[in-house]
Design a protein around this ligand. Structure first.
Ligand SMILES: Nc1nc2c(ncn2[C@@H]2O[C@H](COP(=O)(O)OP(=O)(O)O)[C@@H](O)[C@H]2O)c(=O)[nH]1
Ligand SMILES: [Mg+2]
Length: 390
């Protein structure tokens, strides 16, 4: 099928060829992707362009990383508490104010742009869990290419466990969210995206073997070609759920990270904020959940905790009281995950467990696949007598 490329496309291609810097090549490639018509006949072209873009962005990240390493102090914030959450937003979106409201940290609050130039951590205590919030210096359109404070803020977000998109209700929040998503994506961060379920086991010889090829949206020849383009010549590929060529490309791109994210709307005392929250919810339904800062304090902390999809589990030994401090794990974690969090040998020796809370009966015996709920109490029983270190 002919690609039917328009003259604008060829002009952009010319710009790409003339580009002198990495940033210019990235911009031109982004434009080529935007301009290329989207149909069966251009699928391959689009894939090639996307791969080129991913490579260029990765190259830029390496370059930016080296620049930071040489000149400036490190932006990395040591993780503390159950999870590290990055507050990402435009200048003046209210990030420092949130840190004041939710933690003991005291970053400067000001109406100047770029008041906060370095990431500022603060510990949010919610009930018996500690969540580390990090104010990331402002992100603007073009941050990933070095505008404003450059890409360093984005690298802080990359290292966090989850991301809060902080947007100001007195502006155009949908537009603000779009900019943040674009910049984070350009920095190789995928938000709330399911990692396609397939595994690639590299081998030394034997060519490419595929299990579950029927779930691939394309031919086996095409699938092998994509792998070969990524220099994978010997591997066992197991596909567990429907996968497109684009999914496969993303999965082969090892520079990508996947992070949970939600939207936090600030400055909500202004009239019309409730409507803006509704618009945001509608616009990003199914992709991002949105909450407002009204009732800052315990309610906001609770909302943040809920959006992180974490659960607290209290372990106990038989005839003893449950632990005071919970283990904090992702929602959906099983008995086996808890055992592993306690100690890896423990997971191996695990025989059964009893649960108080989410089970039908208190102290009910459950299998290791049992998925726990927030605030469950768990008693783990191992086959050998096991005493975890104090
Ligand atoms: N009216 C109102 N102003 C706010 C709110 N949060 C922040 N501000 C103001 O917005 C400006 C920028 O706030 P700041 O927290 O420093 O934003 P940052 O640049 O994202 O850290 C300051 O003048 C704050 O007083 C809010 O909830 N309501
Ligand atoms: Mg600030």
């Amino acid at each position: 099928m002919p690609a039917n490329l328009r003259p604008e496309y060829f002009k952009a291609e010319e710009r790409y060829l003339q580009a002198r810097t990495l940033e210019e090549r990235i911009l031109a490639t982004e434009e080529l992707i935007r301009l290329a018509p989207k149909h069966k006949g251009t699928e391959k072209l689009l894939r090639v362009l996307k791969r080129r873009l991913a490579k260029l962005r990765q190259e830029l990240r390496v370059k930016q990383g080296r620049r930071v390493g040489r000149s400036g102090p490190s932006f990395a914030i040591k993780k503390e508490g159950a999870a590290q959450i990055a507050l990402v937003g435009a200048p003046n979106s209210g990030k420092s104010t949130l840190l004041h409201q939710l933690t003991a940290a005291r970053p400067k609050i000001d109406n100047y742009l770029f008041t906060t130039r370095r990431p500022v951590p603060g510990m949010m205590q919610f009930e018996d869990v500690q969540i580390q919030l990090v104010e990331v210096p402002a992100v603007i359109e073009g941050s990933s290419l070095g505008k404003g404070l450059g890409a360093q803020p984005l690298s802080v977000a990359r290292n966090a466990d989850a991301i809060v998109l902080v947007v100001d209700a007195s502006t155009e929040p949908i537009e603000q969210v779009r900019i943040l998503i674009n910049e984070l994506e350009a920095a190789g961060i995928r938000l709330n995206q399911q990692i396609p379920k397939l595994s690639i086991q590299r081998k030394v010889t034997g060519g490419i073997e595929v299990r579950g090829a029927g779930a691939f949206d394309g031919s086996e020849v095409e699938l092998k070609r994509i792998l070969q383009e990524h220099r994978i010549h010997n591997a066992l590929l197991t596909i567990d759920e429907p996968v497109t060529a684009d999914d496969l490309e993303e999965l082969l791109d090892e520079s990508l990270v996947y992070r949970r994210a939600f939207i936090l709307l600030t400055k909500c005392e202004s009239s019309g904020a409730a409507d803006k929250l509704k618009l945001l919810e509608r616009e990003f339904r199914g992709r991002f959940r949105a909450i407002a800062t009204q009732g800052a304090g315990e309610r906001l902390k609770q909302a943040i905790f809920e959006k992180l999809d974490l659960i607290r589990v209290y372990t106990k030994r038989s005839d003893e009281e449950p632990a005071k401090r919970p283990l904090v794990l992702p929602k959906g974690s099983t008995i086996f995950d808890i055992a592993r969090a306690v100690h890896k040998d423990f997971a191996r020796e695990l025989e059964f467990a009893r649960v108080w809370g989410s089970t039908r009966f208190p102290g009910q015996q459950v299998p290791r696949e049992y998925a726990l709920q927030d605030k469950d109490i768990v008693e783990l029983h191992a086959s050998k007598i096991y005493s975890p270190r104090k």
